[in-house]
Design a protein around this ligand. Structure first.
Ligand code: CUA
Length: 176
């Protein structure tokens, strides 16, 4: 049902609003469909998520960092080489900290949490693509196979520098 009376010229301004809305809807649908492109089999892994106070999570990050920092820094972020087992990664505006150095062939339980607002966590090495909500931690098991730097990034809009919110996990040879 047209809202413009028959015979009345279409207002140019409304016309471009309509076009903008159509572009927005198309963009939204493309973004919503992205997981299907990455995992055509539809087998998105379901990470474990459970409630955890932000202060508790930060204490665990600090304890791990204090015990296993290598002394190296990646920009402002300490590099940490934890033994196998539980490792922690905090998402905050606009970085992931600390920089984790893991060993190939070792198994880790990677705990990730947002500590200052919503973030996202896209980490192909762990098949992770998830939203991070403050007050919850997401845990995944990870056994890196090959040495290298593996990128991770925030994929939930979290502020002006969202698009620069990236990090990496470095995998090195196993130390016996
Ligand atoms: Cu953090 Cu986007």
């Amino acid at each position: 049902m047209p809202v413009v009376p028959a015979g009345a010229p279409m207002n140019r301004g409304e016309d471009s609003w309509g076009a903008a809305a159509a572009v927005w809807v198309a963009t939204f649908l493309l973004v919503a469909a992205m997981p299907a492109w990455w995992w055509p089999e539809g087998a998105l892994p379901a990470p474990e998520t459970s409630p955890l106070a932000t202060e508790t999570f930060l204490e665990r990050v600090d304890a791990m960092t204090a015990a296993h920092a290598t002394g190296e820094r990646a920009g402002d972020i300490p590099v940490v080489h934890p033994p196998g087992g539980d490792v922690y990664l905090a998402a905050q505006r606009f970085l992931f900290t600390p920089a984790l150095e893991l060993e190939a062939g070792q198994t880790y339980r990677l705990h990730v949490a947002a500590v200052d607002g919503m973030h996202g966590f896209n980490f192909p090495l762990a098949d992770a693509d998830t939203m991070l909500i403050p007050g919850w931690e997401t845990v995944m098991t990870l056994t890196p196979v090959a040495k290298g730097h593996y990128a991770l990034q925030c994929n939930e809009y979290c502020g002006l520098e969202h698009s620069r919110m990236m990090g990496w996990v470095r995998v090195v040879a196993r130390r016996e």
